[in-house]
Design a binder for this molecule. Structure first.
Ligand code: INI
Length: 153
């Protein structure tokens, strides 16, 4: 049997994070945690690019542009879609999730989905440094694992 597992491989590489401003109290925490984790893992600032977009719907286009530059080994999408009272939620979730997946497959590049999709703000805060961990940090770990995995496959 051959098995590939890159979970604990140490790698650093050029990475870009696309961060949406909608629900900024949450997305700024996602970015803060992601950046702290990158630093912990030994990335230097020159390897890290951050691009701000207005909302989650705009994330895929920015990812597509970045992927086309061929400068990055992984891209990370950070955003927060919170249901609140509107059916807009479902459209936004579908557009951003499908868009991220399309870019990943189109460019054969890890595109990590660090976009929270929650019923309310409390659930969102629980997931960016609260009782349900930190999805910004997790996104960085997933990016590292996927880059190392693709290098080994
Ligand atoms: N964008 C988000 O990132 N999160 C949301 O919760 C959200 N809601 O609920 O509407 C949201 N909407 C804006 C959207 O992403 C676009 O920026 C906008 O529609 C312009 O294209």
């Amino acid at each position: 049997m051959r098995r590939f597992n890159a979970k604990d491989k140490k790698v650093t590489f050029p990475v870009a994070l696309v961060v949406s401003r909608f629900n900024e109290e949450v997305t700024s925490k996602l970015l803060e945690g992601a950046h702290a984790r990158l630093q912990e893992l030994g990335f230097d600032e020159g390897q890290i690019t951050v691009v701000d977009v207005p909302g989650a719907v705009e994330i895929p286009l920015a990812l597509q542009r970045l992927a086309g530059l061929k400068e990055f080994d992984a891209l990370i999408a950070l955003g927060a879609v919170i249901r609140g009272e509107t059916s807009h939620y479902d459209y936004v979730c579908n557009l951003v999730s499908q868009g991220c997946q399309e870019i990943s497959l189109q460019f054969k590049l890890p595109v990590i989905f660090g976009v929270l999709t929650t019923e309310n703000e409390e659930q969102a805060f629980d997931r960016c440094g609260g009782k349900h961990g930190h999805k910004g940090k997790d996104a960085v770990d997933a990016a590292c694992e996927m880059v190392a995995l693709l290098r080994s496959l």
